[in-house]
Design a protein around this ligand. Structure first.
Ligand code: NAP
Length: 300
């Protein structure tokens, strides 16, 4: 069996197209232009590229973006002031703080300072709590991208065993929290999974991954998932992004695993492009929610 490729690039393009139609309609009906503010601290080259890509993507769907740059000597309290201003600014609907922040900055304090209604990355405790309770305000971007991709290819999750390798706050844990819900907005067939999370302390990783109907690798180690770790016919989602000899590769031994899996995501061109598309979706949701609150306040 040679696996079918799950094309994240094309799926992201379709999602952006759908979103730009919605934004155009929203604006034609008098809605404000959804605006995303990105806070970039220091001059890490990869972070600069990510932020530039996010700004460009905003423009492609009719949204505005603002970049707030600070030097790497900025203190936590100075950054908290920046976030306070953005929280109060009614023309900013979503705020993202580009990670990683310089070591001297208290990342948790900074992320916690983003207003929950503008927290389009869904990192703050209130938004994480809402997700765990099955009533999310925003779905976290990369996990949302994974589910969107699977749903586009009609890969159902209900009753299936999903094994996630990696327990980060950005990918592993929020994805698990989504997949165990009864419905996360795609219908019950795309939730209701039985989920196992593995990490660096898991004993006999291969015996876990071989049980997966759907295997998600989100670790950051090239070729961690070898062909002997994959059940024939499994769906394999590779979230990892690693640079090896100037080339981007995932966590999965793609060439070998492709021969036993039923579906597989490539790297690049798999999950990556969807993450930004989902960020834009959350920014639009934030704009709609803030407008609804504003309208209700005026009505009262
Ligand atoms: P992270 O915070 O570093 O977490 C990595 C996880 O992998 C940890 O839970 C760690 O376990 C686990 N791990 C490490 N070595 C392991 C091993 N040998 N066996 C099993 N588990 C192991 O990373 P992340 O932020 O989730 O990112 C993971 C990868 O996804 C990276 O390559 C990143 O670049 C990529 N990524 C891609 C996107 C996208 O848009 N495609 C978005 C986000 C991240 P412990 O908890 O025990 O340390």
């Amino acid at each position: 069996m040679t696996a079918q490729i799950l094309d994240g690039k094309e799926t992201a393009r379709l999602l952006r197209e759908e979103l730009s139609v919605e934004v155009e309609k929203w604006r034609a009906e008098g809605g404000p232009q959804p605006t995303l503010a990105a806070v970039l601290v220091g001059d890490d080259p990869a972070s600069q590229v990510y932020v530039r890509n996010k700004e460009r993507a905003c423009g492609q769907v009719g949204m505005a973006s603002r970049l707030i740059r600070r030097s790497d000597t900025t203190s936590t309290s100075e950054l908290l002031d920046v976030l306070h201003e953005l929280n109060e600014d009614s023309q900013v609907h979503g705020i993202l703080v580009q990670l990683p922040l310089p070591k001297a900055i208290d990342t948790h304090r900074v992320l916690d300072a983003v207003a929950a209604s503008k927290d389009v990355d869904a990192f703050c405790p209130e938004n994480v709590g809402l997700l765990v309770q099955g009533r999310p305000r925003f779905l976290p971007c990369t996990p949302h991208g994974v589910v969107n991709l699977l749903a586009r290819y009609r890969i159902e999750l209900a009753g299936r065993h999903v094994v996630i390798v990696g327990r980060s706050e950005i990918v592993g844990k929020p994805l698990a929290n989504m997949l165990v819900q009864r419905d996360i907005g795609f219908g019950p067939k795309y939730a209701n999974a039985t989920v196992t999370i593995c990490h660096s302390q898991s004993a006999d990783l291969a015996s876990m991954t071989r049980q997966a109907d759907v295997l998600v690798a989100a670790v950051g180690r090239p070729c961690l998932i070898t062909v002997d770790m994959v059940k024939p016919g499994a769906v394999v989602v590779d979230v990892g992004i690693n640079r090896v000899d100037e080339k981007l590769v995932g966590d999965v031994d793609f060439a070998a695993v492709r021969e036993v899996a039923s579906f597989i995501t490539p790297v690049p061109g798999g999950v990556g492009p969807l993450t930004i598309a989902m960020l834009l979706r959350n920014n639009f949701t934030a704009c709609e929610l803030q407008q609804a609150v504003g309208d209700a306040t005026i009505a009262n």
